[in-house]
Design a protein around this ligand. Structure first.
Ligand SMILES: Nc1ncnc2c1ncn2[C@@H]1O[C@H](COP(=O)(O)OP(=O)(O)OP(=O)(O)O)[C@@H](O)[C@H]1O
Ligand SMILES: O=C(O)C1=C[C@@H](O)[C@@H](O)[C@H](O)C1
Ligand SMILES: [Mg+2]
Length: 168
């Protein structure tokens, strides 16, 4: 049994299911959900795709860090992060200090199938299969700082939630 921290935080590559599982987990626990991507989009008044296009990735990362740090100062939340939210040391520290960090994993082939029809991810434009593979390779160890890891390949969303709840 892992002692429950202030928040439950989901990290992982794009398409591993952080948003979908976060929604189901928050509903199951009766907790509020903050999806940092959605928070940024709401506060900036535009989709992340447009932030990347008009201001660049570095500007997005600055905004993302501010949203992550502010969110992690709260408690009793399920927090779904963006796929790249773990890249900054400031974010990793805030996530770890303020929550139990759970990494969702899936093989690159599964990720490709899950995100194939969603054209909103700015890092997956053009030859998106190649881009997913490259990013997965670059981020091979990026999620290793998590307190636990769940491979979502063979699980439905509700089964992933069952697994998380059983490990709390
Ligand atoms: N366990 C699962 N089994 C099958 N499909 C899943 C599972 N989890 C998520 N999906 C599907 O994969 C797609 C991507 O999921 P989701 O948007 O939740 O990923 P994400 O990790 O939040 O990605 P991003 O980092 O880009 O925000 C969605 O269509 C979702 O329904
Ligand atoms: O993997 C990433 O770097 C990203 C994932 C998404 O959640 C968004 O945060 C954005 O598209 C960047
Ligand atoms: Mg998401």
């Amino acid at each position: 049994m892992i002692r429950l921290s202030k928040n439950i935080v989901l990290v992982g590559m794009a398409g591993t299911g952080k948003t979908t599982v976060g929604q189901a987990l928050a509903a199951r626990l009766g907790w509020d959900l903050i999806d940092t991507d959605h928070l940024v989009e709401r506060e900036q008044g535009m989709p992340i795709r447009q932030i990347f296009a008009e201001r660049g990735e570095a500007a997005f990362r600055t905004i993302e860090t501010e949203a992550v740090v502010r969110t992690m100062a709260r408690s009793g939340l399920v927090v779904s992060t963006g796929g790249g939210a773990v890249l900054a040391e400031t974010n990793r520290q805030a996530l770890k200090q303020g929550g139990l960090v759970i990494a969702l994993k899936a093989p690159v082939e599964v990720i490709i199938e899950r995100v194939r029809s969603d054209k909103d991810r700015p890092l997956f434009q053009g030859n998106f299969e190649e881009q997913v593979r490259k990013l997965a390779e670059q981020r091979k160890q990026a999620y290793d700082f998590a307190d636990m890891t769940i491979d979502t390949t063979l699980f439905s969303v509700e089964q992933v939630v069952d697994e998380i709840v059983s490990r709390l």
